[in-house]
Design a protein around this ligand. Structure first.
Ligand SMILES: Nc1ncnc2c1ncn2[C@@H]1O[C@H](COP(=O)(O)OP(=O)(O)O)[C@@H](O)[C@H]1O
Ligand SMILES: CC(C)(COP(=O)(O)O)[C@@H](O)C(=O)O
Length: 281
């Protein structure tokens, strides 16, 4: 038995997606594609020192207490009380899948500390359901559990969702101009956005390459009406400098292949694709 465990979950930038609600959250989710990042989230789970109500569900991110509904849902689903502390270099709420990473990392680490006896698919499903029920994500968790450049062909947790991938592991750069509330977008009318997402997926399935991923993502961002001025300007500057960039969903963030953003004069963060899924340290 151990009193502490730590899991690493890669960040995940979605290039395009379509929303697929379902009566059962395990079957709900998104179709789409994106890139998992070696810049991720380390989630540590500890048994509460004094098991009182005030301390049992305590979530910290980079030393600050945060409200993180998906994490609390995961702990409730496992029937455990824990202290959760996470560290990341990624900005929260800006399209990097931080909430999904915290949910999946919590599931993996709590399973070890409290000896819940769940399998990887069961833990991925718990985190996926928690994100869907919280309205903070639809497809990040299953993408983060896979790693690489995931293509989400069918929505849902393992056993329902179906994934493939672009067989490349690019270095990407990213720059963020701020948050975009996932909850607000997903709780609105996603009809137009999802139609654009389905078109983008059909393109990528026909041509599963990085160039097509970036082209389909740019087209999606425009057709979904999600572009902001600074994002549009950065994408255009990367294109003018001969690179390929698009908007990270859902955030006021731009990601580009290789050195596209720095070549266009932006002070960007460079990051490798994460080749595998989430893992316990
Ligand atoms: N300072 C913060 N900024 C944005 N979200 C925050 C913050 N603190 C806590 N949260 C919670 O984190 C979650 C962010 O989820 P989401 O918008 O999907 O971002 P991400 O792309 O990082 O997953 C939301 O549940 C939100 O309530
Ligand atoms: C794009 C989004 C719906 C939200 O992503 P984030 O804002 O990073 O939580 C993601 O969960 C997906 O289904 O692809």
């Amino acid at each position: 038995m151990t009193d502490e465990a730590t899991a690493f979950v890669p960040g995940h930038v979605t290039g395009f997606f379509s929303a697929h609600p379902a009566d059962e959250p395990v079957q709900a989710g998104s179709r789409g594609a994106g890139v998992t990042l070696a810049d991720g989230v380390e989630v540590t789970i500890r048994r509460p020192e004094t098991p009182t109500a005030a301390t049992t569900q305590h979530v910290e991110l980079d030393g600050e207490t945060v409200e993180m509904p998906p994490v609390e849902r995961v702990l409730d689903a496992l029937g455990v009380d824990a202290w959760v502390s996470a560290e990341t270099s990624l900005p929260l709420g800006a399209g990097f899948g931080v909430s999904g990473a915290m949910a999946l990392g919590t599931a993996l680490a709590a399973n070890r500390v409290f000896e819940c006896g769940r399998s990887e698919n069961e833990l991925t499903a718990l985190a996926h359901i928690a994100e869907v029920q919280s309205g903070t994500g639809l497809g990040d968790v299953v993408a983060q559990a896979r790693g690489g450049v995931p293509i989400r062909l069918d929505p849902g947790a393992p056993g329902y969702g179906r994934l493939d991938g672009v067989p490349e592991r690019p270095t990407v750069e990213y720059v963020t101009f701020g948050e975009l509330s996932t909850e607000d977008v997903l709780s609105g009318d996603t009809t137009q956005l999802s139609a654009a997402g389905e078109d983008a997926l059909a393109r990528l399935v026909r041509e599963p390459t990085l160039t097509q991923l970036m082209y389909a993502s740019r087209r999606f961002a425009r057709e979904a009406g999600l572009l902001t001025d600074e994002v549009t300007e950065a994408i255009r500057a990367v294109s003018d400098a001969g690179g390929e960039a698009s908007m990270a969903m859902l955030g006021r963030t731009v990601f580009a292949l290789e050195t596209g953003l720095s070549d266009a004069g932006y002070d960007a963060v460079s990051c490798r694709t994460h080749p595998a899924g989430a893992t316990l340290r």
